[in-house]
Design a protein around this ligand. Structure first.
Ligand code: FE2
Ligand code: ZN
Length: 375
C-alpha cells in the first residue's frame, strides 16, 4: 500500500517498515535513461532545476515497484528493493565519525599483518587491510618473492600521489655532495613526517623492500621504526596541557632547498594541528628540515621545551620496529605516524627501500568500490 502526502511519499518496504521519501529527492533520483547515463551513473541535469516543492501527479504501486507520474508527464519507476537500500543507507550513516584508533602498544601493530597475495587476489582482504590502515594508521604487508610494488600500488590506490621526488623514489646511497636529501644515505634518520614543507604534506606514504639481503634483515640497525604521533599527542595533552597548547598554537618553519630543481619549499605550521574543537587532526614534524627562526622571542624557550617533552613520548617502548624482507610493503598515515631508522652502513648490508605516496581520497575510493562489489 502506497499513499501520497503533500511533501513526501510514504511507502511500505518489503520489511514491513513504512519509510518516507521526499518528492524532490525522488524526482532527482529518477533512474531512467532520459535522466541519467545508467552506465556511468551520472545525472544529465542539475538538482537545482527541480522545484523543492514538486509533488507527484499520480503514484502507483505494484508488488515490488513504485511508479510516479510527474506534473510534466515524466514517468519514474523505482524498484522497492532500491528504495529499501536507500533507507538503510540513510539510517546507517554514523554521526561525525572519527574512526582513528590511537595505538595502545606497538605489539598490536605487529600482530595484525597481511600477505601480499591475499591483498592482490582477495577483495575482502583488501577491504580489511584498508580499513585497518584508516583506523590504526599503518598497514603491514608481508612480501613474497614475486611481489611487485607497481601492481600493489595499483591495487591499493589505482595511482600514486606524485611528489617532488617523482612517482616514487628508491632510497639508494648517494655521496653527500650529489644528493639533495640525507635520506639517500646510510645515516640514521630521526622520527619524522615526510615532505613537511608542503602546505599539505602527502596523506599516506608507502615503503617497499626493493633490494634487501639477509644481513639487512638480521641487522637491528636496518629496521625502520614507526610510532603513533596521535597517541603521543593525546598523552601529551594529559600529562602536560601547557606543552600541548604551545605545540598546537606556535608555528615552526619547514624548509627544503633543492638547487638542481631551482626551488625552495617552505611551509609554516604548528607541529600539532587541531580543529576548532581542539581535537588533533594531524601532526607535522621533521627535525632535519625544521627551523625556529620565526618563533616570537618570548615563545622560544617554551617551544623548545614543549618539543623536547613531546619527542620524549616517542621512545622505543611505543615504536613498532620493522625488519625488512624483500617485497614487504608498509603503508602509513604520514599525518599521524612518524617514521625513522638507525644508521645501517655496516659492510655487507644491502637495504634499498622504495618509497612513495598515496592520496587518502584514492585509497578511500578504492575501498568503497571493492566493499560494494563484495556486498
Ligand atoms: Fe621518510
Ligand atoms: Zn527520468
Amino acid at each position: 500500500m502506497t499513499t501520497g502526502h503533500a511533501e513526501f511519499l510514504s511507502a511500505e518496504l518489503p520489511s514491513g517498515r513504512v519509510a518516507h521519501f521526499h518528492w524532490v529527492w525522488l524526482r532527482d533520483s529518477c533512474p531512467c535513461e532520459e535522466c541519467r547515463n545508467i552506465h556511468a551513473k551520472q545525472k544529465y541535469f542539475d538538482s537545482a532545476t527541480i522545484p523543492a516543492d514538486i509533488t507527484a501527479s499520480a503514484v502507483r504501486q505494484t508488488a515490488d515497484r513504485v511508479e510516479i507520474i510527474w506534473p510534466d508527464g515524466h514517468r519514474s519507476d523505482y524498484p522497492m528493493r532500491w528504495l529499501a537500500e536507500r533507507e538503510a543507507q540513510r539510517l546507517a550513516r554514523p554521526p561525525a565519525p572519527d574512526g582513528r584508533i590511537p595505538w595502545t602498544s606497538p605489539a598490536a601493530v605487529a600482530d595484525h599483518r597481511f600477505a601480499y597475495r591475499d591483498i592482490m587476489a582477495d577483495d575482502s582482504m583488501l577491504v580489511a587491510a584498508l580499513d585497518r590502515l584508516f583506523r590504526h594508521g599503518i598497514l603491514v604487508i608481508d612480501g613474497q618473492t614475486d611481489a611487485d610494488s607497481d601492481a600493489l600500488c595499483a591495487r591499493l590506490a589505482g595511482f600514486v600521489d606524485r611528489s617532488y621526488f617523482g612517482e616514487y623514489f628508491d632510497l639508494e646511497t648517494k655521496p653527500d655532495d650529489t644528493t639533495d636529501s640525507i635520506s639517500f644515505s646510510t645515516r640514521q634518520l630521526p622520527m619524522h613526517t615526510d615532505i613537511p614543507y608542503y602546505t599539505v604534506p602527502p596523506d599516506y606514504q608507502f615503503l617497499y623492500g626493493l633490494d634487501i639481503n639477509a644481513a639487512a634483515t638480521a641487522a637491528t640497525d636496518g629496521r625502520t621504526r614507526f610510532a603513533d604521533g596521535l597517541a603521543a599527542a593525546h598523552r601529551l595533552r594529559e600529562a602536560d596541557p601547557e606543552a600541548f597548547r604551545v605545540l598546537s598554537t606556535i608555528p615552526v618553519t619547514y624548509r627544503a632547498e633543492y638547487r638542481a630543481a631551482e626551488k625552495i619549499y617552505e611551509n609554516e605550521t604548528t607541529i600539532i594541528r587541531t580543529d576548532h574543537n581542539g581535537e588533533v587532526v594531524g601532526l607535522v614534524n621533521n627535525p632535519t628540515k625544521m627551523y625556529f627562526d620565526t618563533v616570537p622571542f618570548e615563545s622560544t624557550i617554551p617551544l623548545y621545551r614543549a618539543y623536547a617533552t613531546f619527542k620524549g613520548l616517542l621512545g622505543d617502548e611505543v615504536c613498532y620496529f620493522h625488519s625488512w624482507h624483500p617485497g614487504d610493503m608498509i603503508v602509513f598515515d604520514n599525518r599521524r605516524i612518524f617514521h625513522g631508522r638507525g644508521e645501517f652502513g655496516a659492510s655487507g648490508i644491502v637495504r634499498t627501500l622504495r618509497g612513495g605516496y598515496f592520496s587518502e581520497i584514492e585509497l578511500a575510493a578504492r575501498a568503497r568500490f571493492v566493499a560494494e562489489r563484495i556486498s
